[in-house]
Write a protein that binds this ligand. Structure first.
Ligand code: NAD
Length: 390
């Protein structure tokens, strides 16, 4: 098995793959960050405690700071000592970073710079963003229920290359009182094939279809992207259905007929935009988990898509499901505990079906609950399903 095929099915060199007993504790680094990060992470901790009491899983958790909280504690939004803890963990679970308190902090010490450093130092090149429409929330989408019902798309975005990092970049003085801003879009064969392999591997475990998006019609980097994905597909993944689509058409198709997609793989820039668009098909930021993964053996980073929501921080209004579902992704992709991930996702579905909602997903006829009550409700559903199975 080559490097790329090893990724994902098997990444991440899991405890099980290393032949260890599941009794060996999984090492987790918990980084609540700022704002509602603390409230939603408290619910993850509750779930970890419940798993320790009700399954054969055990965890060794360490807490540390990231973002504004790390700047306050260590003078840097992601300190060296935290990076060392991250490298030694099996997975990293993060809340969110940022807030008005740090608005005037120098650019390279802002809370968001801490998150960028973490991703960069660990080489987390694959960003996975599921866009799933839960049945109970079908009316929360801005699209008609018939178009989004049952939607389950996975966007795989290249995270460490492309125009956000390409050189040369800058703003130059043209000498006549005018200026020129420039960035460089660049991708190599290796960068394209490693993200392509992640997408194909994941598609095999889902709907077995990959849609690769670029602008091969107007960009050389897009032409190369298409050629390399085609070659990789022919060489290693011909059992997976592959289609190519221009990124602008993909943006349109996501609104027109989103259920045609299974896995979408795309570059950093198009992925940034298309993943936000796909996310909005599902209705609420408070429901959206994500994973950022690197090479085999490197811990994955799992975090909600939302930010630190300073407007509701400390009020018990935050929806913890995005973070709880991010933890569930960690169980699936870094710890090879997919069965528990399935159970947690089913429990989330049941909680929503039962009509209890946090404010962000509140609907007529439902009962509004707090952040902590949502965590409790998820655990109650898990306990019920265990009792039924016994
Ligand atoms: P945000 O995602 O924090 O909030 C946007 C809106 O969604 C707010 O009205 C907020 O109350 C609501 N919201 C977000 N998460 C929610 C949840 N779990 N439950 C209920 N409602 C929720 O985005 P923003 O307001 O643009 O940014 C706030 C801060 O977060 C900024 O400092 C920004 O830089 C930072 N940010 C961080 C991340 C990250 O940590 N990955 C991502 C985006 C923004």
């Amino acid at each position: 098995m080559d490097f790329y095929s090893a990724l994902y099915t098997k990444n991440h060199t899991t405890q099980k793959a290393r032949g260890m007993s599941t009794q060996k504790p999984y090492k987790l680094l918990l980084l609540p960050g700022d704002g509602i990060g603390h409230e939603v992470m408290a619910e993850v901790k509750k779930l970890i405690n419940w798993l320790e009491s009700n399954s054969d899983l055990t965890f060794e958790c360490q807490d540390d700071h990231i973002g504004g909280a790390a700047y306050d504690a260590y003078g840097h939004p992601f300190a060296d000592q935290t990076l060392e803890k991250a490298r030694k963990s099996d997975a990293i679970i993060m809340g969110a970073v940022g807030g008005p308190k740090w608005d005037d902090t120098p650019y390279d010490l802002r809370p968001e710079a801490g998150l960028l450093r973490l991703r960069k130092e660990l080489g987390l090149f694959a960003n996975l963003r599921p866009a799933i429409v839960f049945d109970a929330l079908v009316d929360a989408s801005s699209l008609k229920p018939d178009i989004v019902r049952g939607l389950d798309i996975l966007i795989v975005r290249e995270l460490t290359g492309g125009v956000y990092f390409g050189e040369p970049r800058g703003i130059e003085d043209l000498g006549d009182g005018k200026r020129r801003g420039f960035n460089t879009q660049t991708y190599t064969t290796d960068e394209i094939t490693r993200i392509g392999a992640v997408a194909f591997d994941l598609a095999r475990k889902r709907g077995n279809k990959v849609t690769s998006c670029e602008k091969a019609n107007v960009m050389e980097s897009g032409k190369l992207w298409r050629e390399e994905i085609t070659a990789l597909h022919a060489k290693e993944f011909s059992d997976v259905t592959l289609e190519h689509m221009y990124a602008d058409n993909c943006a349109m198709q996501l609104l027109r007929h989103p259920s045609q997609f299974d896995v979408i793989v795309t570059d950093n820039l198009f992925g940034d935009i298309l993943s936000d668009e796909a996310a909005m098909l599902t209705g609420s930021l408070g429901m959206l988990p994500s994973a950022s993964l690197g090479a085999p053996g490197v811990p994955g980073l799992y975090e909600p898509v939302h930010g630190s929501a300073p407007d509701i921080a400390g009020q018990g209004k935050a929806n913890p499901l995005a973070t709880l579902l991010s933890f569930s992704m960690a169980l699936r992709y870094s710890l090879d505990e997919g069965e528990w991930a399935d159970k947690i996702e089913q429990a989330a579905q049941s909680v929503l079906n039962s009509g209890t909602r946090t404010a962000d997903i509140m609907a007529g006829g439902c009962t509004q609950i707090t952040t902590s009550e949502m965590g409790d409700a998820l655990i109650k559903e898990l306990s019920n399903s265990l009792a039924k199975a016994a």
